[in-house]
Design a protein around this ligand. Sequence first.
Ligand code: GLY
Length: 392
Amino acid sequence: MFEEKAVMTEQEADAALAFCAGQVEDNLPRFTTKFQKAYSESGFYQPIENNYWTTGFWTGEIWLSYEYAKEKGQARAEKFRRAGEIQIESFLERIDKKIEVDHHDMGFLYSPSCVAGYKLVGSEKGREAAVKAADQLITRYHPVGEFIQAWGPMDAPENYRLIIDCLLNLPLLYWASGETGDRKYRDIAEKHIHTAIKNVIRKDYSTWHTFFFNMETGEPDHGATCQGYRDGSAWARGQAWGIYGCALAYKYTGREEYIDIFRHVTQYFLEHLPKDMVPFWDLEFTDGDDQPRDSSSASIAACGMLEMAKSLREGEAEVYHRYARQLIKSVFDNYAVKDKSVSNGLVLHSTYSNHSPYNTCDHKGVDECNSWGDYFYMEALMRIHKDWELYW
Ligand code: GLY
């Protein structure tokens, strides 16, 4: 599959990272005490307070820029470091004051911002904030259903569900156990991973976005979409979260069966890509359909493949390296911002939330940049550029 497609080289990744770091640097004056909104409007992000589930991605871009500039011996590394530390203070205040933290996205918020700052520059405030975020995340664990509830009040049956995205929130719990020596975080993560993978992945290895359980018995009940086109379809980003989620599940649990599930979930994703390898927002759609793309899914999937490849034997690792580099080459060639007058983001043509007659989400951020699309594109470039120690 896709044998003829070009791959991104290390040199191209280096040049693309240089552009990204420049774009991040240009954005610092407006986005150091403020954060990027989740999605751009006509290509441009507006500043917001640190009060949404997506703000950690922007800080993650700052840390990736810091790493890149430091490696190149550039003086601006210090500028990125200062900005990252200012943002960490905001994350500490946010968790202390419990501002919009009553949901499962503590990993998206605190791994690329505070865990990254702690790993890279030893930020003690980052460590404190991230451990508190892990404490917050485990308050959403249901021992009967053995999962972490995504959204809403904990006592409502209509909220008694997990979502596939949460697999990316769990590395925070493994990190917290490693830091504190307290197993409770990883024990919960492990239970959730098992429940999630058992239920959100369908027999054909497409994925449910969300899965409900019976509140009394904890028994699996039914799958449903929120951001996908319809219940039985495969939301492109959900499938991409599944790819990266399975790679991380294997990394942290060491359970061999997750490798095989990764292979199948990835295969499903690849088999449903259009010719340029960047998916439409739902894998139901392909070339010829008048539907928006979700370029962020390509970058997320590429990161997952590059992570999983680290644990595979040589021949198989090569295969996933090639797919990942092909995906990112296409994102770079066809979707990445090259002209700063067009956008203050990094990658165009992502879709946050596309309302359809059959789903339950609001309509927003369609065919725009979004914060995680930018972050995971940079992460993928960094992974191609060097042997990268992950923030997750
Ligand atoms: N985690 C929410 C999303 O991917 O849009």
